[in-house]
Design a protein around this ligand. Structure first.
Ligand SMILES: Cc1ncc(COP(=O)(O)O)c(C=O)c1O
Length: 400
């Protein structure tokens, strides 16, 4: 089946163009849109061809747990946008995180991670890896000395997310990558909060990038997905076999939805970033808001690092509502447009109370160390008119 003309040299084009064209496999029917190949398997003209395909002597698809044309289109489009040599799609963001770590590690290895992680990522590092004999140390990701001091002779990998969830701290990716490499370790970055539009961890020195495609890549709250991006060597050495044999494969249908999501990613994320910036301006000096964190603002504690490594602000704003949890819940319950949920990166504006949802598993002391108190909320900008969103938030603050 011939590749489309536009897919043949995707890297020639600017990022927005790659989001629309890269990776498309156009069939002999000449369809405009990407095809949904809803098939588990593939047939062969001869037994010899089948044997050659299985031996890897002939290119082509074999079985959808290994790969599928629609999934391959999504992987190639992601790789072209991210500037990565290779990509592998997974069924969810957590499948991507788990494979990126477990694929590299053996019993006896050690991992260092920033403690400000999405709750499930922290569970993988803190609880799951040690069950298989992989020790882990959590550090304050902002403190480079803590990364250095955590290194042991058997340290194999570093893991972080930036901006962090939910307090939107910015970790210096290039500096942490340097420490990891000096220690002979790899750096894996969860780039969900930054989005591929605003931050490119591989260019900053990371060895592997993971996404929950469930968030901005789908961007319309429809399906789960994940993706792992790295050099061809990293994927071959650590990821390829792990995924093929353990099977956290992305469904072709979800890959198709995500492909169509990628086409509009840059428009959506730009608009969401503008709305988040407008929300930060409207709320920062509000008498009912005691603290506001937005990576695009000059008063962000790591504004200099953000300017160095990010091309844009964020689609998220974190802020604390004056008063206790009851006051914060009154604010949340008074919202009419912005929906209460634990998700983010949707066309609809969403708001989360991390202490009772995404980070409820942590002990109060652990939440306090991360700056998560009962008054903190995380706002994710949608695609509504920014004025409607701001008015809804201001109206609800009146109810506090
Ligand atoms: C930063 C971060 N990483 C990973 C994930 C996991 O993604 P998924 O829900 O697609 O498994 C999430 C989801 O909330 C997230 O916010």
């Amino acid at each position: 089946m011939p590749a489309s003309k536009s897919a043949s040299k995707p890297l020639r084009y600017r990022p927005e163009t790659r989001l629309v064209h890269a990776g498309q496999i156009r069939s002999e029917l000449g369809e405009t849109s990407e095809t949904l190949f809803l098939t588990q398997g593939f047939v062969y003209d001869t037994a010899e061809e089948c044997a050659a395909r299985f031996k890897g002597e002939e290119p082509g698809f074999v079985y959808a747990r290994f790969s599928n044309p629609t999934v391959a289109m999504f992987e190639q489009r992601m790789a072209a946008f991210e500037g990565a040599e290779a990509a592998r799609a997974t069924a969810s963001g957590m499948a991507a995180v788990t494979a990126a770590m477990m694929g590299q590690l053996r019993a006896g290895d050690h991992v260092v991670a920033a403690k400000a992680l999405f709750g499930s990522c922290r569970w993988v590092i803190e609880e799951l890896l040690p069950r298989f004999g992989v020790a882990s140390t959590l550090v304050d990701g902002l403190d480079l000395d803590q990364w250095r001091q955590a290194v042991r002779a058997n340290t194999k990998s570093f893991f972080l997310e930036s901006p962090t969830n939910p307090t939107l701290e910015i970790i210096d990716i290039a500096a942490v990558a340097e420490i990891a490499h000096e220690a002979g370790a790899t750096l894996v970055v969860d780039n969900v909060f930054a989005t591929p539009l605003w931050q490119s961890p591989l260019a900053l020195g990371a060895d592997c990038v993971v996404y929950s495609a469930t968030k901005h890549i789908d961007g319309q709250g429809r399906c789960l997905g994940g993706v792992i991006l790295a050099s061809e060597a990293f994927i071959q050495q650590h990821i390829h076999m792990f995924l093929r044999q353990t099977g956290p494969s992305l469904s072709p249908f979800n890959a198709w939805v995500l492909l169509k999501g990628l086409e509009t990613l840059h428009l959506r994320v730009r608009r969401q970033t503008d709305t988040a910036a407008a929300v930060s301006v409207a709320l920062v000096e509000h008498p009912k808001v005691t603290r506001l964190i937005y990576p695009g603002r000059p008063d962000h504690p790591q504004a200099a690092v953000a300017a160095k490594q990010m091309r844009g602000g964020s689609t998220l704003v974190a802020f604390e509502v004056k008063g206790d949890q009851a006051a914060t819940f009154r604010f949340l319950n008074a919202l009419r447009l912005v929906a209460i949920t634990n998700n983010l990166g949707d066309a609809k504006s969403l708001i989360t109370h991390p202490a009772t949802t995404t980070h409820q598993r942590l002990k109060p002391q652990e939440r306090a160390e991360l700056g998560i108190n009962d008054s903190l909320v995380r706002f994710s900008a949608g695609l509504e008119h920014p004025d409607d969103v701001v008015e809804d938030l201001l109206g609800a603050l009146d109810a506090v």
